[in-house]
Design a protein around this ligand. Structure first.
Ligand code: GLU
Length: 493
């Protein structure tokens, strides 16, 4: 029975990389009928907060990645046979494991001062050697240790890495061999003040929680030999490891906050929908092996195979994400889309970009023209916000089409106004408007595109909108006429 986990540290908001790791663990667990655990690695007390914990749990819930064991709600106790699932509530188990390693002499107290360690590091640097612990405290006698303690020193606990090679078969990367001589010497597992460190807690917990497969980012690959040594020292089975490819910026550097947007919250705030984010994250390092790329969570569960994950770094491609988002927005049913658009329309109002809130019926009537044009829910204001304001600001610069001058524009708009006015209120429909306006362009020898652009800018204030005739219908006859009149006023003489 496969048991996998996501082990976020609540030291920042939910990151794209963590969300992808969570998704792959989730997909693997659901695909093989295993168990998905969430454990919070909160031992970095200075940086961990309940707010970040909430952000991470809420984000994962929002994506639809439900876990079988672990805390559901930030700050509240967790359910599951291995509770607690927050490391700060598990300190006694690290303490017990530390005692075990100490009594087996697989770990020892180290009294080196920061100054001594710094001097070692400098000497190694000068000798062009990689940094490593020199082993000053590795062979202290019991008397020497007691003397240190009598002087009031409390030792950090170092794990003996020993000698030899660690070999493991990574599910994604294949066979990996690392000489323990390259691990930087015996490493600290518990600080002098008693706080256990990551390498140690992760192993104690993975063992206690009977994790069978550790699926995590490639940035942890270099930690894995240390973890394997610790699993063995503690007498536990070593889990399988699967290291996921790094997520890269478009310039192929490691994805960072500075170069890319990394917080899931920011994507949610822009109106990326969960179906698209899940779909996109799944494809960041994995594919079906076919052309198929639009896959729901259920389809992903069915298709995902951890052994098919790619080795090479996965470049984050925002355009592809937007495309997928648009595809998923098209697939939403109308009521659902209206519900999801509502907060974005309200945000336009709060920001003062629109002057009134459309009703659900108004939104519903617009769906045929906007649903396939929204790359994100947040684009709704840009696309049709002009419908919910009294008047639009028209920039005379863009009002005059490229091939036209101001006087042709004046002539064109005035003629269009008459034509539109002649279409009756009752029959104010797209297919009633288009033929006479096309006929008008032809009669005057104008390119229809130029005339339509002038009308478009006059009534919406912008050059990109849903199809013109649908836009006119949505605005209604009176507003179209009034806006053309206003545009005629702002046109330069
Ligand atoms: N807390 C670690 C992190 O956030 C977990 C690493 C692991 O999965 O072992 O990267």
């Amino acid at each position: 029975m496969s048991r996998v986990r996501i082990a976020p540290s609540p030291t920042g908001p939910l990151h794209i990389g963590t969300a992808r790791t969570a998704l792959y663990n989730f997909l693997h667990a659901r695909h093989v009928g295993g168990t998905f655990i969430l454990r919070l690695e909160d031992t970095d007390q200075a940086r961990s907060t309940v707010e970040f914990e909430k952000d991470i749990l809420d984000g994962l819930h929002w994506l639809g990645l439900d876990w079988d064991e672990g805390p559901e709600v930030a700050g509240e106790p967790a359910r599951g046979p291995h509770a607690p699932y927050r490391q700060m509530e598990r300190l006694p188990s690290y303490e017990a494991a530390a005692q075990r390693l100490l009594s087996l002499d697989l770990a020892y107290p180290c009294y080196c001062t920061p100054e001594e360690l710094e001097a070692d590091r400098k000497a190694q640097e000068a000798a062009k050697q990689p940094p490593r612990y020199v082993g000053r405290c590795a062979r202290l006698t019991v008397e020497e240790r007691l003397a240190q303690e009598a002087d009031g020193r409390r030792g950090a606990l170092r794990f003996r890495v020993g000698e030899g090679t660690v070999v493991f078969d990574d599910v994604i990367r294949g066979r990996i061999e690392i000489d323990v001589a390259n691990l930087g010497g015996d490493f600290v597992i518990v600080r002098a003040d008693g706080t256990p460190l990551y390498h140690f807690t992760v192993v104690v917990d993975d063992a206690a929680m009977e994790v069978t497969d550790v699926i995590r980012g490639e940035d942890h690959l270099s930690n894995t030999p240390k973890h394997i040594l610790l699993f063995r020292a503690l007498g536990h089975d070593v889990p399988r490891f699967a290291h996921l490819p790094l997520i890269l910026n478009p310039d192929r550097t490691k994805m960072s906050k500075r170069k890319s947007q990394t917080a899931i919250d920011d994507y949610i705030a822009q109106g990326f929908i969960k179906e698209a984010l899940v779909n996109y994250l799944a494809l960041l390092g994995w594919s079906t092996g076919t052309e198929e790329e639009i896959l729901s969570l259920d389809e992903l569960i069915e298709r995902f195979d951890i052994t098919d994950v790619h080795k090479g770094g996965a470049v984050f491609d925002r355009e592809r994400l937007e495309w997928l988002n648009g595809q998923w927005i098209r697939r939403l049913d109308p009521d659902d889309l209206i519900d999801r658009l509502r907060p974005f329309v309200e945000a336009e109002m709060v920001a003062g970009r629109i002057e009134r809130l459309p009703t659900d019926e108004e939104l519903r009537a617009l769906l045929p023209v906007i649903q396939e044009r929204l790359p994100t829910l947040g684009a709704v204001g840009d696309l049709v916000g002009f419908l919910w304001v009294g008047a639009v600001d028209v920039d005379p610069e863009i009002l005059v089409p490229k091939r036209w001058d101001a006087s042709t524009t004046r002539e064109g708009l005035a003629a269009a106004r008459q034509t539109i006015d002649a279409v009756g209120d009752v029959s104010f429909e797209a297919d009633e408007l288009e033929p006479p306006l096309r006929a008008l362009a032809e009669e005057r020898g104008w390119k229809a595109g130029d005339l339509f652009m002038a009308i478009r800018v006059a009534v919406t204030g912008r050059t990109a909108t849903p199809p013109l005739f649908d836009t006119l219908v949505a605005l209604g006859r009176e507003r179209v006429l009034a806006r053309i009149d206003h545009a005629l006023e702002v046109l330069p003489a």
